[in-house]
Design a binder for this molecule. Structure first.
Ligand code: PRP
Ligand code: URA
Length: 209
């Protein structure tokens, strides 16, 4: 699929397996989500623009590349996407952070928005939307719709585990955005949970339920 990056790096796969384990507790789960986000972010930021600047080394002056511009925004989908933010900020500490609050209706599984705050000027930023779970794709599609309605143009979506249904729905609705997936799982169950998945990501990150 064009514009979709799947990760086969052993470190990412190992950490995802630790996430799946129902015996992995909240503390380790949080750390793993953050570490995976950082590893995925390393790849997702591969196209950051560079500009040659003059630097004086102890030996001589040289022109050497540095990241140009600081127009990056990380936009987690609440709640679970929050767990990925610090992993990306570890790479790009000056990025701005927006928030989109969505929850899935337990019966229809459709997303409902309850909060949104995006950094200005959103149209000039590269935007990384984070959510560890891409299940039916409803939340991801709504979040990207929303960001585009507010003027966002260069959007990347990062999820740790995706179901084939959700990936297809997001790609179909927004073929222009780059999608990063840590692992593509088998399917959704009757409650629209990803199988084998890792359960409810928000509950496992925040220790609720
Ligand atoms: C989860 C998850 C995604 C969404 C994915 O959030 O973090 O946002 O479900 O499902 P979808 O692809 O079918 O839309 P949830 O609604 O459980 O909210 P929470 O993060 O606040 O727990
Ligand atoms: N949201 C989750 O947290 N887990 C799933 O498997 C599906 C949606």
């Amino acid at each position: 699929m064009e514009n979709v990056v799947m990760f086969d790096h052993p470190l990412i796969q190992h950490k995802i397996s630790r996430l799946r384990d129902k015996n992995t507790g909240t503390n380790e789960f949080r750390k793993l989500i953050e570490e995976i986000a950082m590893l995925m972010g390393y790849e997702a930021l591969r196209d950051l623009p560079l500009k040659d600047v003059e630097i004086e080394t102890p030996l001589e002056t040289c022109m050497t590349p540095m990241i140009s511009g600081r127009k990056l925004a990380v936009v987690p989908i609440l709640r679970a996407g929050l767990g990925m933010v610090n992993g990306i900020l570890a790479l790009t500490p000056t990025a701005k952070v927006g928030h989109i609050g969505l929850y899935r209706d337990e019966v229809t599984h459709e997303p409902h928005e309850y909060y949104c705050k995006l950094p200005d000027p959103i149209d000039e930023r590269t935007i990384i939307v984070t959510d560890p779970m891409l299940a039916t794709g409803g939340s991801a599609v709504s979040a990207v719709d929303f960001i585009k309605d507010h003027g966002g143009r260069k959007i990347k979506f990062m999820s740790i585990i995706a179901a084939p249904e959700g990936l297809e729905r997001l790609h179909k609705a927004h073929p222009d955005i780059q999608i990063y997936v840590g692992h593509l799982d088998r399917c959704l169950n009757e409650n629209a949970y990803i199988c084998p998945g890792l359960g409810d990501a928000g509950d496992r990150i925040f220790g609720t339920k």
